[in-house]
Design a protein. Structure first.
Length: 134
């Protein structure tokens, strides 16, 4: 299992670096963070290793979806402490994703956490309702 995780982590890390270096950060992310200097998106090896232990249900395909999704505007975006939570929907898998991202002092974006599930639509609606009420 550890060898498999290490192999997937290495593959995803290389994919993440390629994607980050090959593509500019989309304008919607610059708008969310109010930072025109954002230039790279990363998924660190450390985050992957920790995440594999906490969320074994998240697969290599899920991380691939996450990296592709960050090119598109999310269904919803909410601030959560130092992170932002972006919500996406995968039409082919019929599943929602919550992606926590953080901006560093070097104007880089790091994916901190990925969660998937059908119940995330309830979380989106609850957060929107809370924002409307405040």
């Amino acid at each position: 299992y550890q060898v498999f995780c290490a192999a997937v982590a290495a593959f995803l890390l290389n994919t993440a670096k390629l994607n980050a270096n090959a593509k500019n950060v989309k304008q919607y992310l610059k708008d969310i963070f109010k930072n025109e200097n954002l230039h790279s998106i990363f998924l660190s090896e450390e985050t992957l290793a920790q995440h594999f232990l906490k969320h074994p249900e998240i697969t290599a395909n899920d991380y691939y979806f996450v990296l592709k999704s960050l090119d598109k505007k999310p269904l919803a975006n909410f601030e959560s402490g130092k992170n932002n939570q972006l919500f996406y929907y995968d039409n082919s898998e019929k599943i929602y994703y919550r992606i926590a991202i953080k901006v560093t002092k070097n104007d880089e974006i790091f994916v901190k956490s990925v969660v998937k599930g059908d119940n995330l639509i309830k979380e989106i609606k609850n957060k929107q309702r809370t924002l409307q009420e405040s």
